[in-house]
Design a protein around this ligand. Sequence first.
Ligand SMILES: [Zn+2]
Length: 75
Amino acid sequence: MPTAPLEGPDEWYTVHDALWQHAGARPDSILCIGCLESRLGRRLRHNDFLDAPLNDPVYGQHSERLRHRLRPITR
Ligand SMILES: [Zn+2]
């Protein structure tokens, strides 16, 4: 899906370099959550993301699934 549309939900985020490389992505690659997860074969977890303002669940207009992945798991 589009990661940074002018309107509507975005999937603009940053993850750790090692994870990105593990997914076979290059530094300039752009992947939505669905594509990155299918390459990894698992769901993303909140600690896969860098500690950056962009990765705050309430930043911008993140998609529902991105906001869900960005939130720490509470038990
Ligand atoms: Zn995709």
